[in-house]
Design a protein around this ligand. Structure first.
Ligand SMILES: [Zn+2]
Length: 525
């Protein structure tokens, strides 16, 4: 036997197979090897309770596995590291599962059906919110009798504090599924309901947010709830009347509001909650006194909030997702009975739809920061933190780039300094899309949606030899030309830490997320 081979200490032999009692010294001392042993010891020492006081559900909209991998490399490279070895904050959580995302009627899902599954415990059709599969999308008269309860509603009824945050419009599918019942995700305000009869019978989503307390008390006779305590996002246009006089200082359109029923839901909210705090810009946000505030409502944009990279260009200024999360957690944790908070990063999805990996990844990094804020501001023994996505995107990490190759760059192979050429003689980027608007070089542009003003690229491969693909405004090539890049149907991940996190394991249906929250908080008790 070679002198370099040593006997493995008993404690570590657990990891190797029982009969492999000797290993080369250089293997035992190898950092990858030692790290693997350390991870096992951590797992063996894990003690996880079952009952949580608080639950925070984070949803990265459109944050598939390829997005996680690319975003962790992107984050590492922003800190001058190769990147592959890093972890996004929540990737270090001890429990993970794979989640099947299909809707009852769709192989590849949309955010309405997926969030309804996560927050109500059952799968439903694509495009509908807070209702089961027995409805017909767009048919108002099918809502009755098919509405389902959400974890946010049950938490309210149980007397917990509740919060909903999104960087998308707060009436957009994912946040809406926490509080609204709608046979069409697009009925964000009354002007979106085209059928005149339906306008009277089916309440639009923005109105349902403001009437949440009243509607819930009507649905469950004898209960007394106080409404969602902390709400922040974009989408002001769905709350304001179609009248320039109602414009805010932040307005981008000539007439900011869309509502054709003359209602001003911001004013209505303020009348319902005279002690509440309404904010619409960074200044208002910074002035929130979490110790004193009794209810908080923030609408920071006419439509979606800005991409994190574009936030500096917002007219009146708006907070980041991590700032909103930190404030929400510190506000909600005043409640000794506990809280349920839902946080969505809505614009990872939008970056991908636009075919712009830079913004999808940059918003994923900001999302990971927001999760870290939640970890830093809560007690791990009493707070279950779940981090997941609703669905994936047709986003790929291709070729054989060498370690540390710029993730937004062209593929340069191991041992090479020049980009690898494809069979057409042209270099290609590591990141790409199976479909979408395709190649665009918008240079320093930080708004991914600026690409919608350009033609869809339909002419096959582009010679990228003299193009810097690492700029924020570069839009990756796409194989199938489409007006908008699409969701993908493969599984996404669910990461968990805190009491109840041990239930996150295996391959699960998306509706199981609700049941994990319910178990931890005892919502249906
Ligand atoms: Zn989407």
């Amino acid at each position: 036997m070679n002198a370099k081979w040593v006997t493995v200490p008993a404690a570590l032999a657990f990891a190797a197979s029982a009969h492999a009692a000797v290993l080369p010294k250089h293997q035992m001392e190898n950092n990858w090897y030692k790290d693997g042993q350390d991870q096992l010891v951590k797992k063996l020492n894990l003690k996880t309770g079952l009952k949580a006081k608080n639950v925070i559900l984070f949803v990265g909209d459109g944050m598939g596995v390829s997005t996680l991998t690319a975003a962790r490399i992107f984050e590492g490279q922003m800190n001058d590291k190769p990147g592959e070895e890093g972890y996004l904050s929540f990737e270090k959580f001890p429990y993970t599962a794979l989640v099947k995302t299909y809707n009852v009627d769709a192989q590849t899902p949309d955010s309405a059906g997926t969030m309804t599954a996560m927050i109500s415990g059952l799968k439903t059709d694509a495009g509908v919110i807070g209702v089961d599969e027995d409805v017909v999308r767009g048919q108002c008269d099918t809502v009755k009798g098919n509405q389902v309860a959400t974890a946010v509603e049950l938490a309210e009824i149980k007397g917990l504090s509740t919060g909903v945050i999104s960087t998308a419009r707060i009436t957009h599918a994912t946040p809406a599924a926490t509080y609204a019942k709608s046979v069409d995700r697009n009925w964000e305000d009354v002007s979106d309901i085209k059928d005149e009869m339906a306008k009277d019978k089916c309440e639009d989503i923005a109105s349902q947010l403001v009437n949440f307390e009243k509607n819930l008390e009507k649905r469950y006779l004898g209960i007394d709830v106080d409404g969602i305590d902390f709400v922040m996002g974009g989408g002001r246009r769905h709350f304001l009347p179609k009248d320039a006089a109602a414009n805010s200082a932040d307005a981008r359109s000539e007439v900011e509001g869309d509502r054709t029923d003359n209602r001003n839901l911001v004013t209505e909210w303020q009348e319902k909650y005279p002690q509440g705090t309404y904010v619409m810009d960074q200044k208002g946000f910074d002035a929130i006194d979490v110790a004193k505030a009794s209810k908080v409502f923030g609408l920071f944009n006419e439509s979606h909030m800005q991409y994190e990279a574009d936030r500096k260009n917002d007219k009146a200024g708006e907070p980041s997702l991590s700032e909103m999360t930190e404030t929400a957690v510190n506000f909600l944790k005043k409640d000794k009975d506990g809280f349920l908070l839902v946080v969505e990063s809505g614009r990872i999805d939008h970056g991908h739809h636009a075919g712009n990996a830079y913004n999808a990844l940059n918003d994923t990094v900001e999302f990971a920061k927001a999760v870290q804020k939640a970890v830093d501001n809560t007690n791990p023994e009493e707070t279950l933190i779940l981090v997941t996505a609703d669905h994936s995107h047709v986003f790929t990490i291709a070729g054989y780039p060498k370690r540390g190759n710029p993730i937004l760059g062209k593929v340069v192979a191991v041992g090479e300094t020049e980009p690898t050429k494809a069979a057409d003689g042209k270099p290609y980027t590591t990141l790409g899309y199976a479909n979408g608007r395709g190649f665009m070089d918008l240079g320093t542009e930080t708004d991914a949606d600026a690409g919608y003003g350009q033609d869809i690229h339909k002419d096959g491969r582009v010679d990228l030899s003299n193009i810097d693909t690492t700029t924020p405004g570069f839009h990756q090539e796409a194989t199938v030309p489409k007006s908008s890049e699409t969701h993908a149907g493969e599984d996404i991940t669910l990461h968990a830490t805190g009491p109840g996190a041990q239930l996150v394991q295996g391959v699960v249906e998306q509706s199981d997320v609700y049941h994990i929250i319910n178990k931890a908080l005892g919502l249906d008790k």
